[in-house]
Design a protein around this ligand. Structure first.
Ligand SMILES: O=C(O)Cc1ccc(OCc2ccccc2)cc1
Ligand SMILES: [Zn+2]
Length: 262
């Protein structure tokens, strides 16, 4: 119905352009990051995450991912520095992942994809009044991308995976207070940055991407719990497992990807 989109054959990334023509724009995400072609920009500052006062409010199944929301009524949780001219407020984080044994990150590195990718979505509350307004502005959003690779259990991810049963179906929402995403960060904040877009419709070209080089490690078992979520709602008789909810890399179209070491 209408602008409904998904990750299936009929409604997936290859047909999004029909309802969202910007899908074929000049600054679409994700991209394949080629480390040796990324220019080292000495003017770039370290990225700074102030997540200390950060607490989550709720967890929900958006029908395309699992989303943890935050109270963004003040600057208690912000990302600043790096390529950013202002502090950007944390609004939500969500994941993209593959199917059993298949990789599911959105960005790729030298053509290689990771098992999954975590997106921490922030908005420029200095220049824009609401998230919705920022989401349509060229410098409105800053998304921190963190790769997940499989290995040992992640020490803190179980807090999220243990709550997934409460949001199994599309449209479900549950309380999810007190989770601080700083426990999901890798040890290094070395990053790549480039100008891109939302990786899901409406695909607005409003994202300054900051993609961390160092992945975090989660277990296959923990990733498998993400796949117990459903794309479908409780009322639907079709039960479609939520997996492979990633968009493949898009054309660079002349963009430069910069990198920062500190
Ligand atoms: O991280 C990503 O996948 C990009 C992304 C970031 C934010 C986001 O929020 C949903 C949304 C944004 C703007 C308008 C309507 C809905 C949707 C996608
Ligand atoms: Zn995302």
């Amino acid at each position: 119905t209408g602008n409904h989109w998904g990750y299936g054959k009929e409604d997936g990334p290859s047909v999004w352009h029909k309802n969202y023509p910007v899908a074929q724009g000049d600054r679409q995400s994700p991209i394949d990051i080629v480390p040796h072609q990324a220019s080292h920009d000495p003017s770039l500052d370290p990225v700074v995450l102030n997540y200390d006062q950060c607490t989550s409010t709720k967890i929900s199944n958006s029908g395309t991912s699992v989303v943890v929301e935050f109270d963004d009524s003040d600057d208690r949780s912000v990302i600043r520095g790096g390529p950013l001219d202002n502090p950007y407020r944390l609004k939500q984080f969500h994941f993209h992942w593959g199917g059993k044994g298949c990789h599911g990150s959105e960005h790729t590195v030298g053509g290689n994809s990771y098992a999954s990718e975590l997106h921490l979505v922030h908005w420029n509350a200095v220049k824009y009044k609401t998230f919705g307004e920022a989401a349509t502005a060229p410098d409105g959003l800053a998304v921190l991308g963190i790769f997940l690779e499989t290995g040992d259990d992640h020490r803190w991810l179980h807090v999220i995976t243990d709550a997934l049963y409460t949001v199994k179906y599309k449209g479900s929402v549950a309380d999810f207070k007190g989770f601080n995403p700083k426990c999901l960060l890798p040890s290094s904040l070395h990053y790549w940055t480039y100008l891109g877009s939302l990786t899901t419709p409406p695909l607005h070209e409003s994202v300054i991407w900051v993609v961390l080089k160092e992945p975090i490690t989660v277990s296959e078992k923990q990733l498998g719990k993400l796949r117990t979520l459903l794309f479908s709602g409780e009322e639907e008789n079709e039960r479609t497992r939520m997996e492979n909810n990633f968009r493949p890399p898009q054309l660079l179209k002349g963009r430069k990807c910069c990198c920062f070491y500190h």
